[in-house]
Design a binder for this molecule. Structure first.
Ligand code: PMT
Length: 410
């Protein structure tokens, strides 16, 4: 943690879910980092953890009541004085109320009364997390600039396994620090190399083997990384507007992308391969346009170089390598296989057959898998929001790796 939490006033909202017990650890971490923490528990939360536990740890006694407290308007005082409102765990009910402006308890009133940034750490059963109404509410809040951390995939209450597990308390505290540090500053000092668009493999001077990639997702990652202070190099096949500070290298084929990427990768702290690189190309390129009246041509294909696998083999310590996996079946398993085989830190599993997701759309829905098995579901949202989530996962991964290296040394 970089000191961004020290002296900052954080309202820690705790909702009624089994993960409420982990909010105690979140509270402790925030306090240890020097934050002033005011816990606000919903009625449901108090069925899982007592207020005394939070009051003992936090900077102020835990609050639960909108009416009847010494302060006649506790929600406005809490909302107006907060530097950050963090809700961990955030349940489907509170997310839904917040998305639709419904205030029916102290926490939902505080959420509506604040102008401070809000960070939600959702936790619920997979069926609830995947319910379209929850997805829509989360997407709506994300469009309004509400920050999200997690949920992760893993063991849930009752022994089930799936998406919806509360993010690790250390990652929640880190996310809170990042929000408070200001999202435009957290990539300063890092060089990020991004690829975007689909490669075109020529058959003859007028025809090519290609794919539907518009470059929107890769360009959104480059823009977001630049906005957050990174030095960005974008290797792209498409002509799209991009943030002024981004260095753009235009390429067309997989071979051109390979040489551009390999030439710049050694300098990069983070490489994100969002491009749809052709897996096959015509073995021979006809020097002139193939004539229709010469009969059906036979086009022999050969594999293209796997750029990401080469990056995986050459990866240096401290470098974070992110691949994308465009899949239509067995999405998680196929993506996990690519992550392993190509030696990646993270892979962004993109079900390109899902509605409003993948190629050409302005929106996307992905799951970010990390090499330690941590999975983060990024619900349907615009591609800039997905870019934000991918870069958050990169920073969480880099933070985790640094912590592990430090623990190993100690
Ligand atoms: O561009 P948009 O219209 O916005 O669409 C976004 C997207 C669907 C293209 C993007 O979200 C996405 O999924 N990109 C990866 C597409 C892809 O090529 O997936 P893949 O599963 O075939 O490849 C796996 C990874 O290996 C990718 O990171 C790819 O860049 C890389 N690769 C693939 C082949 C190859 N020869 N070299 C590579 O480096």
């Amino acid at each position: 943690m970089d000191g961004s939490l020290a002296g900052r006033r954080i309202v820690l909202g705790v909702c009624g879910g089994i993960a409420a017990y982990k909010a105690v650890e979140v509270c402790r971490r925030l306090i240890d980092a020097g934050a002033h923490v005011v816990p606000v528990l919903t009625k449901g939360a108090t069925r899982f953890v007592g207020t005394v536990t939070f009051s003992a740890l936090a900077s102020e006694p835990a609050q639960t009541e909108l009416f009847g407290a010494a302060d006649p308007i506790p929600h406005t005082r809490l909302g107006q004085s907060a530097d950050l409102v963090l809700v961990a765990p955030a349940t489907a009910r509170v997310i839904g109320c917040y998305a639709h402006g419904i205030s029916n308890d102290l926490l939902t009133n505080t959420l509506l009364a604040t102008r401070a940034p809000v960070l939600l750490a959702p936790a619920m059963h997979t069926e609830m997390w995947e319910h379209p109404s929850v997805r829509d509410n989360v997407a709506l809040l994300s469009r309004r600039g509400v920050h999200l951390v997690g949920p992760a995939e893993g063991r849930l209450a009752g022994g089930d396994v799936g998406a919806g597990r509360l993010a690790d308390p250390a990652d929640i505290a880190l996310a809170a620090a990042r929000v408070l540090a200001g999202v435009t500053r957290d990539l300063v000092g890092l060089t990020v190399l991004v690829t975007a668009g689909g490669t075109r493999e020529p058959i003859d001077p007028v025809r090519f083997v290609g794919n539907r990639s518009s470059g929107k997702q890769g360009h959104a990652i480059a823009d977001e990384a630049a906005a957050r202070g990174a030095r960005v190099v974008l290797v792209t096949t498409v002509e799209r507007p991009v943030a002024p500070k981004v260095e753009v290298i235009r390429v067309a084929t997989a071979a051109e992308m390979e040489s551009a990427v390999l030439a710049r990768a050694a300098d990069a702290d983070v490489v994100v391969m969002a491009a749809a690189v052709a897996d096959f190309r015509p073995k021979a390129v006809a020097p002139e346009k193939i004539k229709k009246d010469e009969g059906l041509p036979e086009i022999v294909l050969e594999p293209t170089p796997d750029i990401l696998a080469a990056l995986g083999r050459a990866k240096r310590p401290g470098q974070t390598l992110v691949g994308f996996a465009a899949e239509t079946t067995d999405v998680a398993a196929n993506a996990a296989g690519k992550l392993r085989r190509k030696g990646l830190d993270l892979i962004v599993a993109n079900d390109v057959s899902a509605p409003q997701a993948g190629f050409e759309h302005d929106t996307n829905h992905v799951v970010v898998l990390d090499a330690d098995g941590v999975a983060t579901d990024v619900p349907l949202m615009d591609k800039r929001g997905v870019a934000r989530a991918v870069l958050d996962a990169v920073l969480a991964r880099r933070g985790r790796t640094t912590r592990e290296e430090r623990d190993e040394r100690e």
